[in-house]
Design a protein around this ligand. Structure first.
Ligand code: ATP
Ligand code: MN
Ligand code: MN
Length: 429
């Protein structure tokens, strides 16, 4: 039986952060079309506050949580997040198998170039637009220019664009997390290392590896990051990167109210960079990424525990053998990217984010860095509109009482927000 929109949507939670949204859902064809419209709006209106992009995002988020495949637009009656524009696109797809509006966008040269250029680390829509105005057609055109902007991310992002545009698979993320755990534990016993981002949401692949670090004793984490980067460098795992200092100030947090719902920048100490992953990290790709996706999605990396995959263990252990070759490029930071990328190599360049959070903010950081981006945006707006609270990756703040609501588990974050706990794998809205 096909559910009528009206009979169903009375019980449909209003906010995306209250709904379950799995990676695998029943309306993929529709959401991928709506997401093209969203992406197009995001790229085109990048100087604004993305109101149109957000409307598409909200619509696709509803479609992802529906417990039935949409077979007629009648079923979408009463869903306030699905407007007329999206309904037209959906009925085109239901009637003709595709939407001409979506097809036209995907075929357009501008869209293709914008997607190509913004796929480069450090290149946002405004830089991509400048590149298009210069008449550049390909990444080679940008490379020829020699990156006069002086942005290290763009220089290295261009030099390794082929590697970086090849999705990172789950086994690579797990192998790298274990090494980070091992090195961090050595520097700071008791450290908490958690693989966050898309992998924690159960994605089989991602564009980078996000790792959140903390310690049960407040302030014990201070000083960890530079030592960790040095240790990873000694193992030959660092290509290039930048540290950002902790810039958290509780007084500022009360003031910059807009930051949390619009942008996604936080004030944690972090390292954003490019690492060298031995090719052996992705050996067991098929066994690890396709089966049992849920088995290890939500894990805090156990200390020195063997993985379920012996070939992966071997490749990790290779890095720890006493005779392990000293990295030739521990000084890679002074090396020109072109020079490094031209040499034959047994590793892949991979984007890595390492974030340091004090334990007092850790569970909020965990939610914030698990995402999805839309989950965060929605949860922050919900907290503001429904509860008069300000949610960020640093905490939840009562703006009247001017005090934080502390959390000692992720569940507690949700209970402060008065929403039922949502598993990370259900936050793919
Ligand atoms: P992918 O698989 O493509 O990497 P992802 O969901 O992991 O997807 P990321 O861009 O790596 O996306 O971000 C991970 C999470 O951390 C997202 O939910 C995002 O909102 C949050 N995030 C990313 N960058 C920052 C930042 N600089 N400051 C605060 N939060 C961020
Ligand atoms: Mn990520
Ligand atoms: Mn990231």
């Amino acid at each position: 039986t096909v559910p009528e929109g009206n009979e169903f949507n009375g019980t449909f939670p209003e906010w995306a952060c209250q709904r379950k949204a799995k990676l695998e859902h029943l309306n993929k064809k529709l959401t991928s079309a709506v997401e093209v419209l969203q992406e197009f709006a995001e790229l085109r209106d990048s100087n604004q506050d993305y109101p149109r992009a957000l409307a598409f995002r909200r619509a696709s988020s509803v479609l992802k949580s529906l417990p039935f495949p949409v077979q007629s637009v009648e079923q979408l009656k009463g869903f306030k997040d699905i407007g007329e524009h999206v309904k037209t696109v959906i009925s085109d797809i239901l009637d003709h198998g595709s939407s001409s509006e979506v097809d036209d966008i995907e075929k357009s040269e501008w869209f293709k170039k914008m997607k190509l250029f913004t796929s480069v680390f450090g290149v946002g829509p405004s830089t991509a637009k400048v590149w298009i105005e210069r008449g550049w057609e390909s990444l080679e055109d940008a490379q020829k220019d020699g990156c006069p902007s002086g942005d290290w991310r763009i220089a290295w992002g261009l030099a390794f664009s082929k590697d970086l545009n090849t999705p990172v698979c789950r086994s690579e993320a797990i192998a790298f997390s274990r090494i980070v755990q091992r090195e961090a534990e050595h520097i700071l016993p008791g450290v908490i290392t958690t693989l966050v981002g898309g992998f924690r949401r159960g994605k089989p692949e991602g564009h980078d590896v996000d790792i959140l670090l903390s310690h049960p004793t407040d302030e014990a984490e201070i000083g960890l990051l530079p030592k960790l980067i040095a240790a990873l460098g000694k193992r030959g795992l660092i290509l290039i990167g930048h540290k950002e200092k902790n810039s958290f100030r509780s007084d500022i947090l009360y003031q910059d109210f807009k930051l949390s719902t619009r942008g996604q920048l936080d004030h944690f100490e972090k390292w954003l960079g490019i690492c060298k992953f031995p090719k052996s990290f992705s050996k067991s790709k098929d066994s690890e990424s396709n089966s049992e996706v849920n088995q290890e999605t939500s894990f805090t990396v156990p200390a020195l525990e063997a993985t379920s995959d012996s070939s992966l263990d071997e490749s990790i252990n290779d890095l720890y053998e006493p005779k392990a070759k000293k990295s030739k490029s521990s000084g890679a930071i002074d090396t020109e990217p072109q020079h490094v990328s031209a040499a034959p190599r047994d590793w892949l360049a991979r984007r890595v984010d390492l974030i340091i959070a004090p334990i007092s903010q850790y569970y909020y950081a965990l939610v914030g860095w698990t995402g999805s981006k839309h989950f965060n945006r929605d949860a922050r707006l919900y907290a503001q509109k429904k509860l008069g609270l300000k949610l960020t990756s640093h905490g939840l703040f009562d703006l009247q009482k001017r005090e934080p609501l502390t959390a000692e588990t992720e569940e507690e974050v949700f209970s402060h927000l008065k929403i039922p706990y949502i598993d990370p794998t259900d936050r793919n809205c």
